[in-house]
Write a protein that binds this ligand. Structure first.
Ligand code: MG
Length: 168
């Protein structure tokens, strides 16, 4: 068995007139995240962590913001696309752990919904998706509520059985 670990980080500005989509779920909020795609900060951090685990670059390289194809893109599609590549490399997801850094909204009421959505996406049981939230203690831009950030760590394992060639 061979394991790889990846980490990801993302941040987006909070603005009026945009939807707030976190982990593929729309969250009721007066402010939403600004970005070329749906700006789903949690899925972007997760996507980068997956790519990092298998050494395949980053989200910006794979889905350039300059490409109109990704305008307002549903980030669940981006993560699915990344998962195909992770599997092509011979790996499957073990678990992920995500942290949202935001002054608002509170994630508690939506935590289980988001975890279920991400578990569906990654095809893992719900307990394998960790989702935590913290504020920035009112420090800096995130502390002033001008944006949110997300961190992700993901573990993947090779599907090679005994005697089989391990992935690169
Ligand atoms: Mg992003």
């Amino acid at each position: 068995m061979s394991f790889r670990i990846g980490q990801g980080y993302d941040t987006h500005q909070l603005v009026k007139g945009r939807r707030l989509v976190l982990g593929g779920e729309e969250i009721p909020s007066e402010l939403g995240l600004l970005g070329h795609s749906d700006a789903d900060v949690l899925l972007h951090a997760l996507g980068d962590a997956l790519l990092g685990a298998v050494g395949l670059g980053d989200l910006g390289t794979l889905f350039p913001p300059s490409d109109p194809k990704w305008k307002d893109a549903d980030s669940t599609h981006l993560v699915r696309e990344i998962l195909y590549r992770v599997r092509d490399e011979g790996f499957t997801v073990v678990n992920c752990d995500l942290t949202l850094i935001a002054e608002a909204p509170r994630i508690d009421p939506f935590r289980d919904r988001i975890r279920r959505r991400i578990a569906d996406l990654l095809e893992v049981p719900i307990p394998r998706v960790g989702l935590k939230a913290t504020t920035n203690e009112r420090l800096g831009a995130i502390g002033r509520g001008e944006g949110v950030a997300a961190l992700a760590v993901v573990l993947v394992e090779s599907r090679a059985r005994q005697g089989e060639q391990l992935p690169r």
